[in-house]
Design a protein around this ligand. Structure first.
Ligand code: SF4
Length: 215
C-alpha cells in the first residue's frame, strides 16, 4: 500500500489500533496544522480484520459526526447505489472496511463547506490501520485526498484524469488492487453529468467486483 508512516515492526492487532484511534485527541489537544478542532474528536471508522473490501474515504461531515457511523448521509446513499449494496451488507464490517483519510469531522470553512481532512490524521493512523487489515483485495479510493495517499501526488492534481484512467490502475498487479472513484457527494452532480462513462462503464465493473468480494 502507498502513503507514508508505515512502521517497520510486526503489525499490531486491529482491536488495539482501533482502541488507540478511538481515544485520539491530537487535533483537539496538540494540533500540528492549524487551529484545534472546534469540537470534541469523534473518530469514525468501520473495520474488522477479515474485511476484503476497503473504502478509502475522505472525512466525516456533520451527519456522520452526529451518528458516529460512516456514510449515514446522502453521499452514503449514492455510494451504496454505485456499489450495489444494501445497508446491511455495506455496514457488515467483517466484509467491508471504511477508513477515511481524516477520522474526525474537521469543521466548516468560512463559506460553510466542510474543511479538508485533518492533515494530522493519515500520518498518525493510516499505515497502522491498513497493516492490521491483511485480507484486503480491493481498495476504492474516493476523492483526491485518498487518491494522493494511495496513488501518489499526481493523482491529487487531476481527479478526473485519475478516475478516467481507472482501467489501467485497476489492471496493475498489486494486492490489494485499486479503483479510483469521485466523491459521491451531491456537489459532484455536475461532474457526473460531464463524465457519463463513469456510470456507464466504471460502475458496472465496480458492482461486479463488490458482489464478488462482499456477496
Ligand atoms: S482527525 Fe485523526 S488525528 Fe485528528 S483527532 Fe481525529 S483521529 Fe486523531
Amino acid at each position: 500500500m502507498s502513503g507514508s508512516g508505515q512502521g517497520s515492526g510486526p503489525p499490531e492487532a486491529l482491536e488495539a489500533v482501533l482502541a488507540a484511534l478511538r481515544a485520539c485527541r491530537i487535533c483537539r489537544d496538540a494540533p500540528l496544522h492549524g487551529p484545534p478542532l472546534p469540537h470534541e474528536p469523534r473518530p469514525v471508522i468501520q473495520a474488522q480484520e477479515s474485511a476484503r473490501l476497503l473504502i478509502a474515504s475522505q472525512a466525516p461531515g456533520t451527519r456522520v459526526h452526529a451518528s458516529g457511523r460512516p456514510f449515514t448521509d446522502r453521499s452514503g446513499d449514492r455510494l451504496r447505489d454505485w456499489l450495489g449494496l444494501d445497508k446491511e451488507r455495506f455496514y457488515d464490517a467483517s466484509r467491508v472496511a471504511i477508513v477515511p483519510m481524516g477520522h474526525c469531522f474537521p469543521g466548516h470553512d468560512a463559506k460553510g463547506g466542510d474543511l479538508p481532512p485533518r492533515r494530522e490524521c493519515a500520518p498518525a493512523w493510516r499505515a497502522r490501520v491498513l497493516a492490521a487489515l491483511p485480507h484486503l483485495e480491493l481498495v476504492l479510493v474516493i476523492g483526491r485526498y485518498a487518491q494522493a495517499w494511495h496513488l501518489g501526488p499526481k493523482a491529487a492534481a487531476d481527479l478526473t484524469a485519475t478516475v478516467a484512467d481507472w482501467r489501467s490502475i485497476f489492471a496493475q498487479e498489486r494486492r490489494p488492487r485499486i479503483l479510483p472513484l469521485p466523491h459521491p457527494s451531491w456537489r459532484n452532480n455536475g461532474w457526473l453529468r460531464k463524465q457519463p462513462w463513469f456510470e456507464a462503464e466504471l460502475v458496472p465493473v465496480l458492482r461486479a467486483e463488490v458482489a464478488r468480494l462482499v456477496g
